[in-house]
Design a protein around this ligand. Structure first.
Ligand code: GLN
Length: 266
């Protein structure tokens, strides 16, 4: 059976794997919900990996990456996650995992982890795993209070269950991708919300600052074995992103899937 690791240092790792809501993320999200009318899915619809019949394994130490077919780096708070990853000496092993071509999916803070470059960081920034040829802005959409949900157009999802080419994007203090390299495939873009606080981006010289003026911004990409989403599919009842990731896993580890029969229940 395929074994998918989920980095379990902090953030929404439970929602990817077992379905038990992470109370810290949940309580923050609920506070936002009260002011922004976000719809929080009930706990019963979470548990994305379990629902598609895949075993998820919590990863906290470098040796726990051994034997995994693929890895999810969840959303949460990337500075905290980086500090914990440093404490457990995880960065070299994570870079090796990504470099080995095994499928890795970063959601939200996980996207930040995987980016080669992050801007919008205070206090000198943080260590990144890297591998994804893009520049990400850590809090592109603003603070926790600017969290929002929207319907996203994702053409590649049209091949999956139901044929719909849209999905619900849950953006929590979300990052966005400002630019990508030529090997990066853009899977989804999001209209920039009109009330979003303006942001400043260091110029190439690192001195002047400019404001992002485009009306759309990149929120989901794939580069080879790396998938990254600025939003949280694990907080919705839609399993298509997890299935897509599993298909990437199947492409690179066909044997691990020989005994796996996927349930078609959503
Ligand atoms: N913007 C957050 C950070 O910098 C990520 C938010 C999230 O993962 N929901 O870590």
């Amino acid at each position: 059976m395929a074994v998918v690791g989920v980095l379990a240092l902090q953030g929404s790792y439970n929602e990817h794997m077992s379905g038990t809501p992470n109370l810290l993320l949940f309580s923050r999200f609920s506070r936002v919900s009260a002011t922004c009318s976000l719809v929080i899915p009930s706990g019963s619809v979470w548990a994305a990996l379990r629902r598609i019949g895949v075993k998820g394994v919590e990863v906290r130490k470098p040796e726990q990456l051994q034997g995994l077919d693929s890895l999810i780096i969840p959303g949460g708070e990337s500075t905290t996650m980086a500090k914990l990853a440093n404490y457990h000496n995880l960065f070299p092993a994570l870079r090796e995992f990504v470099g080995a071509g095994k499928p890795v999916w970063g959601t939200c803070a996980g996207l930040i982890f995987l980016a080669n470059k992050a801007v919008g960081q205070k206090l000198g920034g943080q260590e990144l795993v890297g591998g994804l040829d893009c520049t990400v802005h850590r809090n592109f959409f603003g603070s926790q209070l600017q969290s929002f949900e929207t319907e996203l157009s994702v053409p590649m999802l049209a091949d999956k269950e139901g044929g719909s080419n849209t999905c619900r994007g849950v953006f929590i203090r979300a990052p966005a991708i400002l630019e990508v390299g030529s090997d990066v495939e853009i899977l989804a873009e999001c209209p920039v919300p009109s009330g979003r606080p303006s942001i400043t981006i260091p110029s190439a010289e690192g001195v002047e600052e400019e404001v992002y003026t485009k009306d759309r911004v990149i929120v989901a990409v794939r580069q080879g074995n790396i998938l990254a989403t600025a939003f949280h599919p694990e907080l919705t009842s839609d399993c298509r992103w997890h299935r897509f990731f599993l298909d990437m896993d199947k492409e690179s580890h066909p044997k691990a899937f020989s005994a796996l029969s996927l349930s078609s229940s959503s």
